[in-house]
Design a protein around this ligand. Sequence first.
Ligand SMILES: [Fe+2]
Length: 167
Amino acid sequence: MVNAALQAKPKETTSQTGIAREGNDAVAQMLGDALADSFSLYLKTLGVHWNIVGPSFFGLHKLTEAQYQDLGAAIDAIAERIRALGHLAPAAFGDYAERSVVESKTTIATADQMIKALIRDNEAVARRLRKAVAAADEAEDVFTADMLTARIGKHEENVWMLKAVTA
Ligand SMILES: [Fe+2]
């Protein structure tokens, strides 16, 4: 049984900061996509941290630890930005699976496949974030644009390090 009160949108507030509740639906939608991507990649990166085996184990175990910890902080920041804009932050695996570009239906078996998948996913997440930054710029939401631009840099760094460790 779905609780209607839980589904209702929170009360709209009038902000005096120059960012309006009206017209930021597109930005909130893209932040929701970024949240789905980041949460899905967080889980997948944890899976690599736990399951990877082979001669590069120690380096990859430590590298993925740093990456999932960064993603863990990022998901909270992205979700709270959605709230600051007056929208609900999606918080269900079903929503994330539906919205994310991260392929995460099964746990991957081999180290090589795991790292290649993480590289592809970080690249895909960064590509989608570029569109979100453009939407935030369009809405003059400088904070969101800045936050998501920093996330792009982080995903690019992740790609570099994953490639470097496995070269
Ligand atoms: Fe650990």
